[in-house]
Design a protein around this ligand. Structure first.
Ligand code: AMP
Length: 292
């Protein structure tokens, strides 16, 4: 595995690999790698010849009161894990080369960056979008692999690729979870062991909602209320949102229709740690009633 730190070197290397006919896959991360990240790298290796994993804790996606300074970082551990999972090139640019002092460019994905998580983190998705645009330009990949764990983010990336005509195939990998259902995240290190136990409530809340949907529930507000009610059984939880929407465009009809693909979206604080999760489900077709 090669470790590359400068943009010019990264651009040159990826151009050479391309010229030689290699398919390049890009896996952007903020490091402190866990099995979720590693599943992305492994998938990228399956889909391509050369896997570029990036580690960049992107200041543009943190609000001033958020954890940019304390975000967990461990380069030597990450580099071993990234290599074992199949990374060919580990790209670790520094902040000033990505955002020089006079940097002014801006992109917004519009509505989908301002609703749900965007309501609580107004600059987050535009910050993610900007760094991904830059990483796409620098690494010039054929494929990029993201996690469903950050569902709204994956829709933003999908929009960037279409809107800005990147010739990149977006591949989304399923969420990797702990045994109790907690979605793996670098921020899970902030949870105490008590909080970790209680964190299973997010998965349980989505499963409860899914069970009711399978039984025929289609009313959006009732589906949301099921998740709220379940989450409230843990008093340490503070809910930012627990909501359902059409997975394609985040529209929120009063009632979903049979065949609709929907996403359940959660963001909660458990103590001081903010956790997000989501789950996809299709509203079942009408149950056939038998008339005697
Ligand atoms: P991050 O380092 O948190 O910015 O995440 C980098 C990539 O890993 C994103 O595409 C995430 O969606 C993905 N990811 C994070 N956690 C998980 C997980 N538990 N399962 C699958 N993918 C994940």
């Amino acid at each position: 595995m090669q470790v590359i730190r400068t943009i010019s070197e990264m651009q040159e290397i990826s151009m050479e690999y391309k010229k030689a006919g290699n398919k390049i896959a890009l896996v952007p991360t903020m490091g402190f790698l866990h099995h979720g990240h590693l599943s992305l790298i492994k998938k990228a290796k399956e889909l391509s010849d050369i896997v570029i994993t990036t580690i960049f804790v992107n200041p543009k996606q943190f609000a001033p009161h958020e954890d940019f300074d304390s975000y967990p970082r461990d380069f030597s551990r990450d580099s071993e894990l990234a290599q074992d999972a199949g990374t060919d090139i580990l790209f670790i640019p520094d902040i000033l080369s990505i955002y020089p002092k006079d940097f002014t460019s801006f992109y917004t994905a519009g509505k989908i960056s301002k609703i749900f998580d965007g309501e609580f983190r107004p600059d987050f998705f535009d910050g993610v979008a900007m760094v991904c645009i830059k990483l796409f330009n620098i690494t010039n990949p054929d494929i990029t692999v993201f996690g469903q764990k950050d569902y709204q983010q994956s829709r933003v990336i999908n929009k960037i690729i279409k809107e800005l005509n990147f010739n990149i195939q977006l591949h989304i990998q399923p969420t990797i979870r702990e045994a109790n259902g907690l979605a793996m995240s670098s921020r899970n290190v902030y949870l105490s062991s008590k909080e970790k136990e209680k964190s299973s409530i997010l998965f349980i809340a989505m499963e409860e909602a899914k069970r009711e949907i399978q039984k025929g529930e289609k009313r959006r507000k009732i589906i949301n209320a099921i998740m709220h009610k379940t989450l409230r059984t843990v008093p340490e939880i503070k809910i930012d949102y627990a909501a359902s929407a059409l997975s394609e465009n985040f529209d929120t009809p009063e009632e979903f229709l049979p065949g609709d693909n929907i996403v359940l979206l959660l963001a909660v604080y458990l103590g001081k740690t903010r956790l997000i999760d989501n789950s996809l489900i299709t509203i079942p077709s009408q149950l056939h009633k038998h008339f005697e």
